[in-house]
Design a protein around this ligand. Structure first.
Ligand code: G1P
Length: 273
């Protein structure tokens, strides 16, 4: 049973400066909702109720978003505008939100390790909110929970990307075991194209077993001088304990302007139907 979802959200969002100078990148809106809200909605749809958010300096807006705002609610109560808060109220009413701060930004692996006190000794999901995923009828995390329930090991979401883009991702190698499922044997963080073991890139959805914390503790800085989740997962993969899943659905890289615009267009067209 996956009960908790970790959201690493301490990064600086440098690709969107100056918009992200004082505003967390996770609060950038796609249409009417901030990126982090889409991630929390996807987790809730997967049956997860406990959201664990790793924040950092300057990220208080995240906590305020998942809380009541008495003055605003008082002002719009009884008007047609009150219903505009329905999507966020549903999350506040049904989920818990816990926070911890990452003091130094030492990489994704370090952010996950920072979240350990919020997770404890149980398997958990991870959502990188700038990868916005859409899929129906089941969201990507929901599909992954089902795979975790079947195999009881770590699961990473992957998709094929052009080789010209592969250096931006964690990349896997492995053996197919079923439709859309690969037993991972190796993984490399941000390889140069000619050293990439495949064109299957990890996207920001994971189910991790809690032994990952001990492995992360012992993981040295890797690509970019950062402690990489991919390096810790490779240790699990070498024991046959990581499955890659070619998810059903569409993913927008909202950390880049082109992905951000594509996601905005997608949700705009949906809202006009
Ligand atoms: C992180 C991970 C990488 C993964 C990517 C997906 O990289 O380290 O393995 O492929 O997210 O978005 P980042 O984009 O934070 O550099």
């Amino acid at each position: 049973m996956i009960r908790k979802c970790l959201f690493p959200a301490a990064g600086y969002g440098t690709r969107f400066l100056p918009a992200t100078k004082v505003m967390p990148k996770e609060m950038l809106p796609i249409l009417d909702r901030p990126l982090i809200q889409y991630g929390v909605e996807e987790a809730m749809e997967a049956g997860i109720k406990n959201m664990a958010i790793v924040t950092g300096r300057g990220k208080r807006a995240l906590e305020d978003h998942f809380d009541v705002n008495y003055e605003l609610e008082h002002q719009i109560r009884g008007t047609s505008k009150a219903s505009l808060l329905a999507s966020i109220d549903r999350l506040i009413d049904n989920c818990t939100f816990s926070y911890t701060r990452q003091i130094s930004m030492l990489g994704l692996g370090h952010a996950i390790l920072t979240g350990e006190p919020l997770i404890g000794n149980e398997p958990f999901a991870v959502v990188l909110a700038d990868d916005l995923c859409v899929s129906s009828p089941n969201g990507v995390l929901s599909q992954m929970v089902e795979i975790y329930n079947r195999y009881q090991c770590s699961v990473v979401a992957v998709e094929e990307v052009p080789m010209s883009e592969i250096h931006k991702y964690g990349v896997i190698a492995g053996t197919p075991i079923d439709d859309d499922l690969i037993q991972v044997t190796n993984m490399i963080e941000k390889p140069v194209a000619n050293l990439a073991p495949s064109n299957l890139a990890i996207i920001g959805r994971y189910i991790l077993t809690p032994d990952i914390f001990d492995i992360l503790e012992a993981t040295k800085a890797g690509a970019g001088g950062e402690i990489q989740l991919t390096d810790a997962l490779r240790a699990q993969a070498e024991q046959g304990k990581v499955i890659a899943y070619k998810f059903k659905g569409q993913r927008f890289d909202c950390g880049s302007p082109s992905g951000f615009v594509a996601a905005t267009n997608h949700f705009y067209h949906l809202s006009r139907r």
